[in-house]
Design a binder for this molecule. Structure first.
Ligand code: NAD
Length: 285
């Protein structure tokens, strides 16, 4: 059932940028990162940030839609890009993703398990399928990526960084996002424990917990919340910005990518087992 397709053909949508923005010669050379769910949103911003920081990047997503754009933009930054379609909730598909990406771009240094899904639904309406799917993608996906990447790094005999997507809802309650919240609390848990287990291999494990980020996912959440509150689509995001976020604006994906860029850098070598919040100071009441 899982589609696993290697995308070797990289469309050239941004040839002009390619010439003008070669990456800095002081950036580390020949490092390889995988970013899951990197076709759009936060994952795309992370992939581009890592490319700017000198990484060659494997970009995974569950479908080919938009993937080519991310690959082109990485190439335009002067780095190598490899696209691989796979569903991270499938263990075999994740194992294939790692194998194929190492074959294409060399030893793996950093795995960013970013792919995730959201759903706005009250507890009393949640079905078993809703719950299982949430856990399979958001928890299973991160677990499979952490595990397979750790095995690869240990086989290589090199240090590495595992980075996963949590959320502010793993710290503070957000109504109608119960099963989503549980999945993100689970990412905090995996991150803490696997960090202890993998320390002897010089592999660090950390997670990022964004607040409200302007992406396709937030549009979906906004729509669900607005429907419940009898408001128009798009109204909730401005309400949250003005009433709930201390810094007075919602995040752009690059706000999150800045944190992940740090986590993937040498400067974060002594940090492990942590989940860092990047939310502009959210005050949920
Ligand atoms: P998004 O929906 O805009 O993008 C997610 C990408 O992941 C999509 O391209 C999608 O196709 C891909 N994806 C979904 N399921 C997949 C699967 N099974 N295998 C591979 N790829 C898959 O979401 P986003 O806002 O960019 O969120 C990225 C991560 O950040 C998610 O884990 C999300 O839970 C988390 N997050 C987002 C927000 C927010 O406000 N947007 C807040 C906190 C945490």
């Amino acid at each position: 059932r899982t589609s696993t397709t290697a995308l070797r053909r990289i469309p050239q949508q941004f040839p002009a940028v390619a010439k003008s923005r070669a990456f800095s010669s002081t950036a580390p050379q020949n490092r390889h990162a995988i970013v899951t769910g990197g076709a759009r949103g936060i994952g795309k911003a992370i992939a581009l940030r890592l490319a700017r920081d000198g990484y060659d990047v494997t970009v995974n997503d569950v479908s080919e839609q938009n993937l080519g754009f991310t690959l082109s933009e990485i190439e335009a930054l002067g780095r190598r890009a490899y696209g691989h379609v796979a569903d991270v909730s499938q263990q075999d598909a994740v194992a294939n993703l790692i194998k194929a990406s190492v074959r294409e771009l060399g030893p793996l240094d950093t795995m960013v398990a970013n792919a995730g899904i959201a759903q706005v639904k009250p507890l009393l309406d949640l079905t078993t399928d809703d719950f299982s799917r949430m856990m399979n993608v958001n928890v299973g996906g991160v677990h499979y990526c952490y595990q397979a990447a750790a095995k690869q790094m240990i086989e290589q005999g090199t240090p590495g960084k595992l980075i996963g997507a949590a959320s502010i809802v793993a710290f503070k309650p957000f109504v109608l996002l119960g099963h989503y919240s549980a999945s993100k609390w689970a990412v905090r848990g995996l991150t803490q424990v696997y960090a202890m287990e993998l320390a002897e291999h010089k592999i660090t494990v950390n997670a990022y917990a964004p607040g409200i980020v302007d992406t396709g996912m937030w549009e979906l959440i906004d729509e669900g919340l607005a429907k419940k509150a009898g408001r128009k689509k798009g109204e909730m995001i401005s309400k949250y910005s003005s009433e709930l976020i201390a810094l007075g604006r919602t995040s752009v994906p690059e706000d999150v990518a800045n944190l992940v860029g740090f986590m993937a850098s040498k400067d974060a070598d002594y940090i492990t087992g942590q989940t860092y919040v990047v939310d502009g100071g959210i005050i949920f009441t």
